[in-house]
Design a protein around this ligand. Structure first.
Ligand code: ZN
Length: 220
């Protein structure tokens, strides 16, 4: 049998864990000292589970890449997956697990709606954290970026991808805190990360969420 390729992330954890990321890659989380032979044995034992998961992610990715804003399609909004429901209404709204979209709305019009929500929510969070952290920025703009979630330019101009509106609030907050921390530290030095962690001790969970869900956020 062919060996399954994997990426390994070592940490102070005590046990082995496998995850499949949004690009169907196998990520192995392992204790610092654990030998690669033990890891390969473990992967072999779990090969059926891995194949199932990877197939599922690939199928889902194909389906998602052809997002047409039709009934039953899924879209992420504030970290929750909603099923699209087209109705004869005027405004977009959410209801339980559904996102109600006017029949007349085009995909472009729906993206505009998402952008406006993103803009409102992100600006509110920037205000909140700038106050909390005593950070002085000069402006906030939304970008169309699909990978670059935020940036802090010369003169402390902040940019955020409106697609962040698909993330849970805690993830939006992390990106906001990250960019506001660049007002004091222009690099990714230890001091910078200490600053981020002071405001948001579990920021690594947000980074992980972004890594795992990046693909899903590119559908629109
Ligand atoms: Zn940065």
């Amino acid at each position: 049998m062919n060996e399954i390729p994997y990426e390994i992330v070592r940490s102070n954890r005590k046990t082995l864990a496998l995850t499949i990321d949004s690009e169907a890659r196998l990520i192995v989380r392992a204790p610092m000292q654990l030998g690669e032979d033990v890891i390969r044995d473990f992967i072999k034992k779990k090969s059926r589970w891995i194949a199932d998961k990877q197939r599922h992610v690939r199928d889902y990715a194909t389906k998602q890449s052809e997002f047409l804003l039709e009934d039953g399609e899924n879209v992420l909004y504030l970290g929750k997956s909603y099923a699209v429901l087209r109705k004869d209404v005027q405004e977009v709204s959410t209801e339980g697990n559904f996102i109600i979209v006017p029949e007349k709305k085009t995909l472009e019009g729906f993206a505009d709606w998402m952008k406006i929500q993103g803009d409102n929510i992100i600006r509110e969070r920037v205000d909140y954290y700038a106050n909390l952290m005593g950070a002085k920025y000069s402006s906030v703009k939304m970008s169309n970026a699909k990978r670059r979630w935020g940036s802090c330019g010369a003169g402390n101009t902040l940019n955020f991808a409106w697609r962040l509106v698909m993330c849970p609030q805690s993830v939006i907050d992390y990106v906001v805190v990250h960019e506001l921390s660049h007002i004091t530290y222009k690099d990714h030095s230890a001091k910078f990360w200490t600053r981020v962690a002071t405001v948001m001790p579990n920021y690594r969970e947000a980074q992980e969420w972004l890594r795992l869900n990046r693909k899903l956020m590119e559908v629109i």
